[in-house]
Ligand binder design. Sequence first.
Ligand code: SF4
Length: 61
Amino acid sequence: MRVEIDEVACIGCGLCPQIAPGVFQMEGEIAEVIVNAVPEDEEEEVQQAAESCPTEAILTD
Ligand code: SF4
C-alpha cells in the first residue's frame, strides 16, 4: 500500500499522526507522509486514518 496526502485538502487537524504515528507527522500546518511504502502492520491504521480524515485528504492505493 502507498499513501499520499493532498496538501491542498489537508486542514492540519492532527488526527492522522495520532492514529498512525509511524506513517504521518505534522509539518507545520499540514500532515506529511514519512514512509515511502506503508508497512503491512500499519495498513489498518492508515486505512482508519483515511476514513477519519475530515477532508478526505489521505489517498491510498
Ligand atoms: S487527518 Fe486529514 S486533515 Fe487531519 S492532518 Fe491528517 S490529512 Fe490533514
